[in-house]
Design a protein around this ligand. Structure first.
Ligand code: AMP
Length: 217
């Protein structure tokens, strides 16, 4: 399988696709959002700084993100394919990533753009929940992802949590700023003949298309 860069606005489903690829195809999943959230959860000073940036929907600096990804990429299991989820988010990060991949000798890459309509992404964001214990994801607005019992995890029976940045105000900032940079990143990978676009619809169709694009030719 190819290594994947997901280019996807908030709530386009890159997390769900990544979980599927990890479980079924042995991918390593590198999510910059998760890395930042675990730094926040550690309660460190750096985590507090990041929290104030993320909760407003703003981007963490390129310098910090490049260092974070560089460290993480150098420590992953090289025998497995990997997913970059949430990186690159700016053209500077994309150019730096090109250099990192060259120096690692990685060539088998595809950039998958999950193209989602604004209203659908907003509804998904506002309904998104997750179990704080087992991390299973839910959506209280979509039948196929609703918890059975109110807002409790089906398995652990604990109250589901909501991300602090999953509110309408922060979503609009994140979506607009995401698309401004995403258009440049899309062009970047188009020029390198690495771009594949998937229009987001039913989950099973998206998963099927992602696997098809990730399979080696
Ligand atoms: P995500 O889980 O990918 O939606 O990321 C959550 C938040 O983390 C984003 O809204 C940004 O504030 C921050 N973040 C994640 N990845 C990056 C990145 N590559 N560059 C800058 N900020 C990032």
């Amino acid at each position: 399988m190819k290594n994947i860069i997901f280019i996807a606005p908030p709530a386009a489903g890159k997390g769900t696709c990544s979980d599927y690829l990890v479980a079924n195809y042995g991918y390593e999943h590198l999510s910059t959002g998760d890395l930042l959230r675990s730094e926040i959860a550690s309660g460190s000073e750096f985590g507090k700084e990041i929290d104030s940036i993320i909760s407003k929907g703003n981007l963490v600096s390129d310098e910090v993100m490049i260092k974070l990804v560089q460290d993480k990429l150098s420590s992953i299991d090289a025998s497995k394919p990997f997913i970059l989820d949430g990186f690159p988010r700016t053209i500077i990060q994309a150019e730096k990533l090109d250099d990192m991949l060259i120096s690692m000798g990685v060539t088998n890459m595809v950039a998958i753009y999950l193209n989602i309509d604004f209203d659908l992404a907003l509804k998904r964001t506002l309904g998104r929940r997750s179990c704080p214990k087992c991390k299973r994801g839910y959506n209280v607005y979509f039948e196929e992802m609703m918890p059975i019992n109110g807002e409790l995890c089906d398995d652990c029976k604990v109250e589901l949590s909501k991300r602090s940045d999953d509110n309408e105000e922060s979503f609009k900032v994140r979506y607009d700023s995401y698309m401004k940079d995403a258009n440049l990143i899309i062009e970047h990978y188009k020029k390198k003949h690495m771009l594949k676009t998937i229009v987001v619809g039913k989950l099973e169709d998206v998963l099927h298309d992602v696997v098809k694009e990730a399979e080696n030719d």
